[in-house]
Design a protein around this ligand. Structure first.
Ligand SMILES: *[C@@H]1O[C@H](CO)[C@@H](O)[C@H](O)[C@H]1NC(C)=O
Ligand SMILES: *[C@@H]1O[C@H](CO)[C@@H](O)[C@H](O)[C@H]1NC(C)=O
Length: 387
């Protein structure tokens, strides 16, 4: 009953819920594809593909890969300077472009100017962050950060000084707001969520994502509570297994209700809003594509015949509950020169956990189907059927 009371109390305090509307944008991968440049899909931990992969890229003006990233607005400093940031549960630092950076990528974005902020304080501490194959250099500073009305004082954040290889040139966002655990933060910088908790700014120490399907608006990240208008089932919880990424255990993986046995000893997965696709460990990719009846394309991805009517439903068992992923979730229908092209939104990865176990990545393909809640107070992740 105590638990029930707590749950009801948090729903009743709806004014304590801070919502940040998120915009959908075509990812860099898709924007480049529209220019005829295809990035290899072979290194998928990556959200931020660097230009150096372009050297080996294949040019095909017809093909059209769609994937999406989600960003929203925050302000930094006094008076406020506004930035579009990617809300990323797969990293832990906040950084934005700054006037200290004059690369093409920085000049294409809004840059933070510390001299214009009366609440800014500088440091001499530099950092380097690598996102898969993308990377940036910067310097840390402190300032007030306003996330949809949650005002965090003395938040440490990165000001970019160099983005080699123009990694972020194509990005629609000016920075990244990482929501992972502090253990993976570059420079041991205290993440935004940790300061929100320490400064007592949240009703409940959790945040939750709704990522809309089929090009609809309404995506959001909510802080301090869950937004019950965005899901329509119970929330099913699973404990965090490593406080690094939002890492959880997968207890089983089925294809058309047939248990594959791949996760009979337990698989590890990270829940990552900054990864577009569903990502499976390299060792299972071949079997999985065979089960789907997918063909490899020339760009390192996979596609299916759009007339196929017997595509399987994939299903993850997470803490005893099955989370099905129907073909409509993992097949992206593209227009390729006037014809439909059915891309499989699944990639493989060699990414491993800190103790070297292969990792699945439950990216946006999964998170569009399931509203996701990231509970720092109890170190658990919740999923519910998204509206
Ligand atoms: C930063 O702001 C200061 C004070 O307004 C201004 O003098 C300076 O030109 C700005 N720097 C850049 C690179 O915009
Ligand atoms: C924080 O941002 C909200 C809008 O998201 C605004 O209404 C509020 O005035 C801001 N607070 C401060 C202290 O800047």
């Amino acid at each position: 009953m105590k638990f029930l009371f707590v749950v009801l109390a948090c729903v009743a305090f709806s004014e304590a819920l801070f919502r940040v509307p998120l915009q959908r944008v075509k990812s860099m991968r898709q924007q480049l594809a529209e220019k005829g440049v295809h990035l290899a899909l072979s290194d998928p931990a990556l959200k931020y593909e660097p230009y150096k992969s372009l050297a080996s890229a294949v040019v095909d003006p017809m093909a059209n890969y769609a994937d999406i990233s989600y960003y929203g607005s925050i302000t930094i400093g006094t008076p406020p300077q506004t930035f579009q940031v990617l809300f990323d549960t797969g990293s832990a630092n906040l950084w934005v472009d700054s006037v200290y950076c004059n690369t093409q990528a920085c000049n294409a974005h809004t840059k933070f100017n510390s001299t214009k902020s009366s609440t800014y304080s500088s440091t001499t501490k530099t950092f380097y962050i690598s996102y898969g194959t993308g990377s940036l250099y910067g310097i840390f500073g402190y300032d007030s950060v306003n996330v949809s009305g949650i005002v965090i004082k003395k938040q440490i954040f990165g000001l970019s000084t160099n983005e080699p290889g123009q990694t972020f040139l194509q990005a629609q966002f000016d920075g990244i707001l990482g929501l992972s655990y502090p253990s993976i933060a570059a420079g041991q910088a205290t993440p935004v969520m940790d300061n929100m908790m320490q400064q007592g700014l949240l009703q409940d120490n959790l945040f939750a994502f709704y990522l809309s399907r089929n090009g609809q608006q309404g995506s959001e990240v909510a802080f301090g509570g869950v937004d019950s208008t965005k899901y329509n089932s119970q929330i099913y919880w699973s404990p965090v297994t490593s406080q690094t990424y939002w890492q959880i255990e997968i207890k089983g993986f089925s294809i058309n209700n047939q248990e594959t046995g791949w996760c009979s000893q337990g698989c590890q997965a990270i829940v990552d809003t900054g990864t577009s696709f569903l990502t499976c460990p390299q060792q299972y990719m071949g079997y999985l594509m065979q089960a789907i009846g997918a063909q490899a394309d020339q760009f390192g991805g996979y596609y299916v015949n759009c007339n196929a009517n017997n595509l399987p439903t994939l299903s993850f068992n997470i803490n005893g509950v099955n989370f099905p992923l129907p073909p409509s979730a993992y097949i992206l229908v593209q227009n390729q020169g006037g014809y439909p092209y059915c891309q499989v939104a699944i990639q493989s990865t060699y990414l491993t956990s800190q103790n070297s176990q292969p990792l699945w990545i439950l990216g946006d393909v999964f998170l569009k189907e399931y509203y996701s809640v990231y509970d720092r107070a109890n170190n658990q992740v919740g999923f519910a059927q998204a509206v």
